[in-house]
Design a protein around this ligand. Sequence first.
Ligand code: ZN
Ligand code: ZN
Length: 681
Amino acid sequence: MQEELDDEGPEIEEDTQPVHAANEFLGAAIVPSGNRAGIQQPIQLDEGWKNSRKDKGKQVVVHDPKSGDSSDSDYLPGDECSSEDDDEVVEILTKFRVFKRRLKAGQVANLDEVILDSPKEVPNLYEIEDEGNLTPYDGSSDDEDSVEEMSDGDIQKCTSKCPRFNKKEPIPKFEIGMKFSGKKQFKKACIKHGLVERKLIKFYKNEASRMIAVCDWSTCKWRCMASVNSRSSSWQIASYNAEHTCPPRRDNRLVTAGRIAAKYEKMIIANPAWGLDSMKTTVQEDMFADVSFSKLKRAKSMVMQKALDATKGQYLLLYNYQLELLRSNPGSTVIVRRQGHTDIFQRMYICLDALKKGFKAGCRKVVGLDGCFFKGATNGELLCAIGRDANSQMYPIAWAVVEKENNDSWDWFCDLLFRDIEVYGGTGWVFISDQQKGILNAVQKWAPDAEHRNCARHIYANWRKKFKKKEWQKKFWACAKAPCVTLFNLAKARLAKDTQAGAQAIMNTDPHHWSRAWFRLGSFCDSVDNNMCESFNKWIVEARYFPIITMLETIRRKVMVRIQHNRTKSDGWNTVICPNILKKLNAYINLSGVCHAICNGQDQFEVVHWINRFTVDLNKKECSCRYWQLSGMPCPHAISFIFFKTNDLSPFIASCYSVEQFKNTYDHCLLPVEGMNAWPV
Ligand SMILES: [Zn+2]
Ligand SMILES: [Zn+2]
């Protein structure tokens, strides 16, 4: 596994799969659900995991405003071989990039509806900290206040029409008579004013019924007093001098460790190795304050402590979560595993009933397997199994939290997964992964008859380290996408003309596992990469910053919404074949213009395509280039002849791409899960 893969995309083409006998699945035995026998004690967080955090920082983005791009940047822009992914993949990628950019800029990501807290309301750590600004204010006198105070009569007049303070406004506005919910809100508003305007605000007369905020600059007259109106008994501004004559304050003590922690929480969680120098620069640019290293250190440790606390609390609830998933989505497989005989959490596997059913009902027997790191609060890694729907979009099947991606965890995951989706010996199945040893071994063990493909993007990423030239990239991908050995050899020969060593290096990577030329027929999957998994990992990137349950819930909810979205979307389709497939076929239709066919009179013919000649059999739906049999979509050679006979390609496209199959998949919806407080215990 690799974090986000740093490479260019190939021209990704989607895969397909035969009508994959829905019946075959109908009589299937029900896979036993999570086993809770003998588990009495709540599960714990492995203390050792805490320490692994130190190393983790090295794997993630290190904030450096000077470097244009970071280690886990993804596809290079403007690349010739960029993918021809469907709209969703492009959208996921765009959102992912925006997220990364915001994160790097230290902006808090927009995480609507996601809560970091445990069910019991934990008071916000950052607010508890004393601002240290309640220092007495010299040169003030009680008399002065009384003079300025509005008479009760005046306030009474405006009570009904006095504006209420709006805490949502980015720049707090004050005016005489403005109402606050209490002293606390007034104080917060003044602090916010100080932070936004870069002024240092101090408080004095911190009394039960009165509070005065002043500017710390000795000659500045800004001053705001709020007090309890004796009639309406609400906190209102009684006097206000809005003008600051002071300069912006670099030494703004309002920029406390707690406020830095609050502002950069995500950033710090994502980048535990964020250097203090860089952090100092960022804080100065954003908040205009010179802060000490010790304050920054304090801010960092506050965030890490909060993340750890939230995580700890969530581990205790994992069994409740398991029960709730099984209660709300019967038939699901949800397994929590502990380390040996301890109470320490090791792994959790989730395969929801609707996803098993949806996958079996309308997806090809093609599964991408991949793992990715968590980014912050949760330690360990996420493993996922992603299928493809009839429209060649990702279809998440199962995911798991494991301590580490290795032989043992993949063995465990594949064993569970293959039972859930009924892989048996693996005949007719295709698994796509990077070259992770654990996956290779597990698939070999649990599905020895399955076809195992290596992601060509990973192969390319390695190959490119030695063979960097941009012109070679296209030639590499031509090898990966050659549907038969003849065309592969041709593509390789073209590459060898440029780089003999590069062509040799390709042969050393075992192209049987990543070039279409050797893919088995019958899977209706022409995919040479694992982009489904990569899209999924990017799609859930925000979730990967959260404590374990919040993360798993975020993923589940995203999947739930997506299923609903796809269901609705397909209602508007009035073709037999799904739109992404038709879109892809358009490219082949264009190519078919340069193919010239001669017929033998019996639906068999020869097609000349540039220097190559292929034979096509319309009845068998075969072309000697192999692409038609491999993908289930007619190749340009076949299309060139089909168009002599008819304008409709649909009967020549495998039914696994039909809108009907798409609907079969999305017929199965996730069932709603209760909030944490209602979980069974
Ligand atoms: Zn001032
Ligand atoms: Zn062909």
